[in-house]
Design a protein around this ligand. Structure first.
Ligand SMILES: C[S@@+](CC[C@H](N)C(=O)[O-])C[C@H]1O[C@@H](n2cnc3c(N)ncnc32)[C@H](O)[C@@H]1O
Length: 453
């Protein structure tokens, strides 16, 4: 489950979110060409190449790499920036494999490195892209290895294969720099497999989950619930490099979250309770745009601490509380508007969280709706007659969206469903959703009720 583990994707201190595609400055070193240990005898099969969705076999030595490509001929002890970048990417991939969150990890790693801005952008693209496309890369790689490589070998092969198949890095630069960045003991093997990969065109994908590199259950779920076209559109869109939206006050927040905050509809005289508020993105947006009194609660003390930092950084007028939003200390009927931006599976924000797809467990979709329902139930208790309850989630699963909303409406005849907002929102039963590929934003769902007077 994801209760916004990737908080730093949105926040006052911007992390390295921009993932420039194929714009590295890096250069490659000539790598060792050792024996093809562990590599297959080689398949000569040629297929259509998949290059950035455009098809066609790439032209070697062309495209996308600024600066010198290929063998730099460097004799100095320090590795080329391109090799250093790949070394850092491999270190990050190893940590992610051990369980670190990609977006929490990468910012500090890049801050600590001496790479220049473009090479840092290259590292971000390598790490996020390799993580995101893991299943597709493994499919490509596994056709050329006799025995499964260990974790380091797998990471190096994924890194190289990502450059060969999904970036415009010239093949020789991708292979040589990746080989040079790999641990010495693996260089011959990595070189042999990557050379095979670079010499062939991509094979046909066995299925959509492999091609788009998602766990099969996510593809199946969205296909069933959104329909095949919407599901594929959303999944493809969430494979693109994330863009960064910045508010007027400098806070980094996806536009979908900004739209949710706007749909709270707060007015200057309102008391707004935001009960799942950390790190404060929506609370600060509501306070700034409306002048309302905003009280922001969250269960997680460290996330509240981060919210306090964000509020101070922005100079926002938001009061904060650590509280369990299923049983708050607030008085019944005290608030004009209560927002539940609930913990959810996060299936709508996979673009900004490249590792999340491998983390989310299908069981979370069975577990979370009960919590989500209890959170809305407390919001209803706190809302004054005539006030508004807003339930939002950054996911697209039926269980966490329309099913929760229907349960709320059925159990509370005193609630009046409010009309869904207009485009890019699209109406769903009882509320509205944002399809990421339509809204060009995070996937979200929003439900609003007025409590009868
Ligand atoms: C989607 S995030 C909120 C994002 C936030 N509204 C924003 O815009 O920045 C969900 C939040 O719910 C919090 N949470 C989870 N269970 C909770 C509970 N029982 N009571 C209060 N907060 C809870 C998590 O700690 C997490 O910060």
């Amino acid at each position: 489950m994801s209760s916004d583990p990737a908080g730093p994707s949105e926040g006052a201190s911007t992390s390295n979110q921009s993932q420039s595609q194929g714009q590295p400055k890096s250069s490659g070193e000539a790598g060792p060409s050792g024996p093809a240990s562990g590599a297959t005898a080689g398949s000569a099969k040629k297929h259509r190449a998949k290059r950035g969705g455009k098809g066609g076999k790439r032209k070697k030595g062309s495209g996308g790499v600024g600066g010198a490509a290929g063998n730099s001929g460097s004799k100095s002890a320090a590795p080329e920036p391109g090799v250093q970048a790949r070394r850092l990417a491999l270190a990050a991939l190893a940590r992610i494999e051990e369980g670190a969150y990609a977006n929490l990890l990468l910012g500090p790693m890049l801050d600590d490195s001496e790479l220049d801005r473009r090479d840092k952008a290259l590292v971000a693209e390598l790490v996020y892209g390799t993580t995101r496309m893991r299943a597709a890369l493994d499919f490509l790689i596994d056709r050329h290895v006799l025995e499964p490589p260990d974790a380091s070998g797998r990471a190096a092969l994924r890194l190289g294969a990502y450059q060969l198949h999904f970036m415009r890095v010239p093949s020789h630069a991708a292979v040589s720099a990746t080989v040079a960045a790999s641990p010495k003991r693996l260089r011959g093997f990595v070189n042999a497999v990557l050379r095979k990969l670079s010499a062939e065109e991509a094979p046909p994908w066995p299925n959509l989950a492999t091609e788009l590199s998602y766990p099969g259950w996510i593809v199946d779920l969205l296909t069933e619930e959104l329909g095949p076209a919407h599901a594929e559109g959303a999944l493809r869109w969430m494979n693109q490099a994330a863009t960064v939206d910045t508010r007027d006050d400098g806070y980094t927040q996806n536009r979908a979250s900004q739209w949710v905050a706007a749909e709270v509809g707060a007015e200057a005289s309102d008391l707004v309770l935001d009960l799942c508020a950390a790190p404060g993105g929506k609370a600060t947006a509501i306070a700034a745009s409306s002048g309302a009194r905003v009280v922001a609660a969250d269960l997680n003390p460290s996330r509240v601490a981060r919210m306090v930092d964000n509020i101070e950084h922005l100079g926002a007028k938001v009061e904060t509380v650590v509280a369990d939003a299923t049983a708050t200390p607030f008085a019944a009927g005290c608030a004009d508007r209560v927002l539940i931006d609930a913990p959810c599976s996060g299936l709508g924000v996979l673009q900004r969280r490249p590792d999340a797809r491998w983390r989310i467990e299908p069981a979370a979709l069975d577990r979370l709706p009960e919590l989500q329902y209890q959170l809305v139930a407390e919001a209803i208790r706190l809302c004054r007659p005539g006030g508004t309850i807003i339930y939002s989630v950054c996911t697209l699963s039926r269980q966490e969206t329309t099913d929760v909303a229907r349960r709320v409406s059925d159990a509370h005849p005193e609630l009046i469903e409010l009309a869904p907002p207009g485009s890019p929102w699209e109406p769903v039963e009882g509320g509205a959703r944002l399809l990421p590929q339509v809204a060009e934003a995070d996937g979200m769902a929003l439900f609003r009720w007025q409590l009868a007077r």
